[in-house]
Design a protein around this ligand. Structure first.
Ligand code: CU
Length: 280
């Protein structure tokens, strides 16, 4: 092989290395997506941690999961196609091997109309398609009294339970600051959530619920838990230096266990100042 041939080959392949590198983005992206649900089984012990959806223990969670997967597939397919095209054009029109002069074009009007209408229709479809899930999670609050009030503050979640009169927002209420939220399973519960200082976000990953809260305004959150157990509560809004440690645990228990826990809290006679009822 002559020297000029070697140079020729280098010129052809070396710049194309970059287009291949670009191609690695969708390949690794898709591979990670495909492997994610199994990573826990194949990972060495040290790395074992949930990498896909946390366990769903709610009645409505599957609706959110299906919506998530639908949008993930839709955007995933578009992502792979655009990355593929990007690779193809980088490879085909790589500068060193293309001696043809650059030609300027004023574009295609009809093509632009098409690539504007397709995303617009797709977004409109998603907006309509998810409306029922949104309404069920955020609009159609059940007509029941709140069982617990949650207050986010820098940097803790406070839980206010009803006192012996079994009614929230009376003088015998109990406020717990120990980061343990007890709730009964198998029945619909309504929480009132608010903030004492800045913007927080009350996030229950295992119940597929997340609600932003700001001071002076109470929000409702409702769900039916299907399984007993202890799960995470986290703040999903950067709320200050201690945001990372603003976590608590939700204890989903049976109705009798819940009553017993309330009884225990009442006996402990929490003396913390009970805040005023927040406004709607
Ligand atoms: Cu927070």
């Amino acid at each position: 092989m002559s020297e000029s041939q070697t140079n020729e080959q280098q010129r052809k392949w070396l710049p194309n290395f970059w287009s291949v590198l670009f191609l690695m983005v969708p390949i690794f992206g898709v591979a990670t997506f495909a492997l994610a649900p199994y990573l826990n089984d194949i990972a060495p012990a040290y790395f074992k941690r949930p990498v896909w959806f946390p366990k769903d223990v709610s009645e409505h969670g599957y609706v959110i999961d299906n919506l998530f997967m639908f949008i993930l597939w839709l955007t995933g397919i578009v992502f792979v196609i655009t990355e593929g095209l990007l690779f193809y054009f980088m490879w085909k029109y790589e500068a060193n091997t293309n001696t043809k002069k650059v030609a300027y074009s004023h574009g295609s009007h009809s093509l632009e109309v098409v690539w504007t209408i397709i995303p617009a229709v797709t977004l409109l479809f998603i907006a309509i398609y998810q409306m029922d899930a949104w309404a069920a999670a955020k609009m159609r609050a059940p007509d029941i009294p709140p069982i617990v009030e949650v207050t986010g503050r820098q940097f803790n979640w406070d839980f206010r339970y009803p006192g012996p009169d079994n009614e929230l927002y009376t003088s015998d209420d109990i406020v717990r600051t120990d980061g343990r939220l007890y709730l009964p399973v198998g029945e619909e519960v309504l929480l009132r959530i608010t903030s004492a200082d800045v913007l927080h976000s009350f996030f229950l990953p295992n119940l597929r619920l997340k609600q932003d809260v700001i001071p002076g305004m109470a929000q409702n959150m409702w769900f039916t838990a299907t399984e007993t157990g202890e799960y995470d509560i986290v703040c999903a809004e950067l709320c200050g230096w201690g945001h990372y440690k603003m976590k608590a645990r939700i204890h989903l228990v049976t109705r009798p266990q819940f009553e017993a826990q309330l009884e225990e809290f009442r006996k402990e006679k929490n003396t913390m100042r009970v805040a005023d009822r927040p406004q709607d």
